[in-house]
Ligand binder design. Sequence first.
Ligand SMILES: Oc1ccccc1CN[C@@H]1C=C[C@@H](O)[C@H](O)[C@H]1O
Length: 335
Amino acid sequence: TGQQPSLQEAYADRFRVGAAVSATTLRTHADLLKRHFSSVTPENEMKWERIHPAEAAYSFSAADQIVLFARDHGMFVRGHTLVWHNQTPAWVFQDDLGQPAPAKLVEARLEAHIAEVVGHYRGAVGCWDVVNEAVIDQGEGWLRESPWRKALGDDYIEKAFRLAHQADPDALLFYNDYNETQPAKRDRILRLLEHLLDRGVPIHGVGLQMHVSLDDPDIEQMEAAIERYRALGLRLHVTELDVSVYPWVHEPDQPQMPERPYDDELAERLAARYEALFALYLRHRDVLENVTLWGVADDATWRDNFPVRGRKDWPLLFDVNHQPKEAFWRVLRLA
Ligand SMILES: Oc1ccccc1CN[C@@H]1C=C[C@@H](O)[C@H](O)[C@H]1O
C-alpha cells in the first residue's frame, strides 16, 4: 500500500471514509485500514450477543482492540449497535423460567446495557447506532414487531436514545436502517424520525446502510430520500455501503442469481456504480459526514453469506488479494 494514494486523504475535506472491521481484519487488513480509512465500525463486536452474552457478563476485549487501534491511528469510531432485533441473546427477553420477562425486567436490562456499554466507551466512540432497523420493510404497519416492541411497546426507541444520551452526552446518536431509500419504507423511517424530533428526543443523525446492488436502487431514488432526510436537519452517515453484483431478491420464493465470476465487465459496472454513488454523496457533503463501507476487501464480506450462503460476492473497493479494484481508482479520482 506504500505507493497507493490514500482514499481518506483524498476525501479529508469532504467526509470521513470508513470501514467495518472485526478483531481479525484489524490484523489481516491493517495496512489498508491505516492508509485508506479515517473511521471504523465494529461489524459484530459491539452487538449485544457479543458484548453482553449473559446478564452478569460483559465481554469488552474484542471491541476494545478495535477502539484502541482506532485511537492509535486517529480514526473515528462508530458504535454499532445498542438495540436491534437480530444478534440479541434470548435471555434478554426471558425470566429465569424461560418465560417472557415482564416489561420492567426488560427495561432494567436495557438501562443496564446502555449505561454499561456506552459508559465503557465514553470519549472513545464518537457516535452510536442506538437503534437498528426498527421499521417494517413491507406491509401496512409502521414499527417492526421486534422483541423490544413486544416487551416495552413503541416507546422503546425513545427510551434507548434517552438512555444513550444520559450515558454519554457528547456522543452523536443515530437511527440506522436498510432499504432506507425505498419510498414506502423511507416514509415510515421519516415518520419515526419526525416523531422522535417532535418529542425532543436526543437524536442527531440517520444512518443510511446503503446495502445496494449494481443497478438498484437507482441514484434518483436515493437522492430523493437523501433530500427528505436532510430536510429534517439531521446529520447523515452512509453506514454500511457495499455493492452486491447480484440483484436484491426480496421475495423468499423468488430464485436468487447463481454465483458469477468477477470479470472485466463486472469490474467496469461496479466501478461505474461506485463512481455514481460517491458523486451523489459529494453533492451532499455539507450534511453527509461519514461514508463507511461494510468491509475493506472482497476476501472478508458478509455478502458471501447473505442473502445466499456460500455465493461469492465482489462488493468492496479492494479485491481478495487486497489490491485496489477499478472502483477504487474511479472513487479516488472523483475527490
Ligand atoms: O439486517 C438485514 C436484514 C435484511 C437485509 C439486510 C439487513 C442489513 N443488516 C445489516 C447487515 C449486516 C450486519 O452486520 C449489520 O449489523 C446490519 O445492520
